[in-house]
Design a protein around this ligand. Structure first.
Ligand code: A3P
Length: 324
């Protein structure tokens, strides 16, 4: 075991010195290109260790996202859906884990747990399924999931809003010794795909193609649609996860209650999300809640940036029939 850990460390150390790297602005001073995507040093270690050691179970449910596309929201919704029978009485509702834990603490990121440990404890709160999460693209994950029937839930978002959200996030969690990056410079990086887990477009296309080929394995959601018709999509999500709402639940307001529990206003105003910290990342939980709106990019992007981002989206997505 020790030998294997050392070998993983050595592989990533050797890799770090031999693969393309670029300056970065968030947590590590460089990002590295590995199998066509870009990762910070810790995430690179995570992806290699995950590829070597993670074998998905048939019952695993994995929330997969590009950062800033609605991960926190989707984690909360999935957790609330599959664990709702534990918290369906007035008393148990007061003890719901989402009231005292940031959603990221309830669903571990494979990226981080495998970066820290080659054999992490993936036992989750949920009894019947492990509810896991990742920002990894599909390609590096495929080997680990190909022999199982695990399900993936992906959420995509307008890249313009994703980009603006990411830029704010970086400003908040940036390690202080790193330089600040301007919106213009970051836009160039984002468009070139040279950004953590990038390219955004290739990331989405990977999961989109699998969702077309294996709709029972991948549910592809869109942030804007979830905002617009939350009931409809949460009912779909529950069905996909294998925890459909019964007719009594639907008529009894369970869907609305669950949406309210996971809503931006409710979650962002909880003490834990206002003042708590994520121990693993030393990040304030409040950094995951900013505005939670569709279209906020108009307040930040120049017409030229909007045009550039839209053009790439059209070029990269249209051929696959993916429309946002
Ligand atoms: P904004 O920066 O546009 O406000 P992620 O969870 O993938 O890191 O994405 C963060 C984005 O989702 C942020 O977008 C954040 O405000 C928004 N968000 C967080 N919780 C949400 C919720 N419960 N409902 C809707 N949006 C949410």
């Amino acid at each position: 075991e020790e030998a294997d850990r050392k070998s993983t460390q050595k592989t990533s150390r050797d890799l770090l010195s031999s693969i393309p790297k670029q300056k970065a602005w968030m947590r590590s001073d460089h990002i590295y290109q590995y199998q066509n995507f870009w990762y910070g040093a810790a995430e690179l270690q995570g992806v290699i260790s995950m590829q070597r050691n993670f074998k998905a179970l048939d019952t695993d449910l994995i929330v997969a996202t590009y950062p800033k596309c609605g991960t926190t929201w989707l984690k909360a919704l999935s957790f609330a859906i599959i664990n709702r029978y534990h918290f369906n009485t007035a008393t148990s509702k007061q003890h719901h884990p989402l009231l005292t834990n940031n959603p990221h603490l309830l669903l571990p990121f494979l990226d981080h747990v495998y970066s820290a440990d080659r054999n992490p404890d993936l036992t989750c709160f949920s009894v019947n399924n492990r509810l896991l999460a990742t920002h990894f693209p599909l390609a590096p994950l495929l080997e680990s999931i190909k022999d199982s029937n695990c399900k993936l839930i992906y959420i995509c978002r307008d890249p313009k809003d994703t980009f603006v959200s990411f830029w704010h996030f970086i400003a908040k969690i940036r390690t202080k010794n790193l330089e600040n990056i301007s919106l213009e410079e970051f836009c160039k990086q984002f468009c070139d795909g040279v950004v953590e887990y990038g390219s955004f477009w290739d990331h989405a296309v990977g999961y989109w193609k699998m969702s077309l080929q294996f709709p029972e394995r991948v549910l592809f959601l869109k942030y804007e649609e979830l905002k617009k018709e939350p009931n409809l999509h949460v009912i779909k999500l529950a069905e996909f996860l294998g925890y459909p709402f019964s007719a009594e639940e639907e008529s009894g307001g369970v869907v609305e209650e669950l949406l309210e529990l996971c809503s931006f206003d409710h979650l962002s105003n909880l003490e834990v999300n206002k003042n708590g910290k994520l121990p693993s990342l030393e990040i304030g939980c409040n950094t995951f809640f900013r505005r939670g709106e569709v279209g906020d990019h108009v307040n930040y992007l120049t017409p030229a940036m909007i045009e550039r981002l839209d053009k790439i989206t059209e070029e990269k997505f249209l051929g696959y029939g993916l429309k946002l």
